[in-house]
Design a protein around this ligand. Sequence first.
Ligand code: FAD
Length: 468
Amino acid sequence: MGKYNKVTAGILEELKGIVGAENITVDEKKLKDYSHDEVMDPHYIYMPEVVVFPETAEQIAQVVKLANRELIPLVPRGAGTGLSCGATPIYGGIVLTTDKLNKIIKVDADNLYIEAEAGVLTGDVQKAANDVGLYYPGDPCSGDSCFIGGNVATNAGGNKAVKYGTTRHQVYSMEVVTPTGEITVLGGRLAKCSTGYALEQLVIGSEGTLGIITKVTLKLAPQPPSVVDLLAIFPDIDSAIAAVTKVIKAGVKPTCVEFMDGRAIRCVEVYLKEKLPHSEDGNYLIIQVEAENDEELDDKAAKIDELCTENNAIEVLMPESEKIWKIRKSVAEAFRHESLVQSNEDAVVPLDQLPSAMKAMVGICEKHDAVARVVSHAGDGNIHLCIMPGTISAEQWEEKLAAIQDEIYAVIYPLGGRLSGEHGIGYKKKHLLGKYTDPVELDMMRAIKKALDPNLILNPGKLFDVQQ
Ligand SMILES: Cc1cc2nc3c(=O)[nH]c(=O)nc-3n(C[C@H](O)[C@H](O)[C@H](O)COP(=O)(O)OP(=O)(O)OC[C@H]3O[C@@H](n4cnc5c(N)ncnc54)[C@H](O)[C@@H]3O)c2cc1C
């Protein structure tokens, strides 16, 4: 990596001149809040030297130019809800937050799009669309706390990716500050485009390493007239997962197909302190479908009920949507309530490989005496495995976890899978990306990084290391 300099008193004065004295902090207590994302394991905590809160793309461009001139590492940050240490300042330097880029610029109901600054809460984008009778389908479980710019930077997935795709499928265009401090707009409000490289797609999911997103133009959809959530309960993981491909193939075009295993259900039950259906013997599939009218919706619900029942379901319920989603969205907190020491895997496999992948992942944890809790955006082959130490001692945990992860990805890659379906690589999974990625592909990524960020100042040390 590059050799970086420290933030001096002179640089702090220049930063104040750019963003204003009120938009900068070196207060030790405040800096601590920016020393990690949602991963709070002490191994992954790194203090920034200064945090800046710019209000415009022009200010950001000036900060980036200063960081280049002085060789100071610069870490873009959204709301800090990331799960891969992407926004953690591992080399110190400047953390640049988008908190103050928080305006919704325009909602165009006639032409189905919204323009928002990067620091707008994803939930507020959804609400602004709803207010004009439209729909923003990006729906990560962290929607109430993450920023839309963070979603674009990580290519966030979430619950509705089965039908609507991930964040990259919602983006028309975006304003970006490049790693050398130029401001540009990538992409366009176009239904199709074959005009050169799709650079907006390169920046989407680049986790703050190829540019700072300052503004996004996103597609909106018409509100689905009728929606229903079904809760199908299965006696074992295999029957539940086998039903996933059947539901997808049945032509009902589900919006969501989410899975929770029995142990995850019981963990949420303890956390919410309320009895959940079949918590003692069930594994859940939460299936949402949309339709043009109630009749079509009834037909789709009946078809799903039939398929799940044929596939061994104990019961197919139609509870209030709010109740189901409260259960699903409480998972992260419930797991944390069970154990603060944990590792969250985010493997993704082709849909037909989901049963083998899930079985292998759980089996590997059991073999090592680790506790495994599984939830999955099953409809898009994305498995969130929460691994907790259980009876493994604190001294043995790191070593065991590394062995478990190694064994897991040694199974996932030959199945055609990858390390991350939606959370990204960040700092936490960099060693695994290096181990499992084709060296030619890694070299292509490094070449792009070097070409766009010759001083290697933008979010250095994330995804992979690069030598100058
Ligand atoms: C309870 C919980 C549930 C979650 N559920 C989901 C889920 O369902 N689906 C999912 O995909 N994720 C989920 N996440 C993970 C997380 O919320 C997403 O990764 C989210 O997109 C991160 O957004 P953020 O604003 O918090 O970004 P941060 O955590 O601040 O940053 C994430 C990465 O993006 C970069 N970045 C942030 N903003 C910008 C910008 N403007 N320009 C350039 N780079 C930037 C950072 O450098 C970092 O690498 C969940 C997290 C939690 C805690």
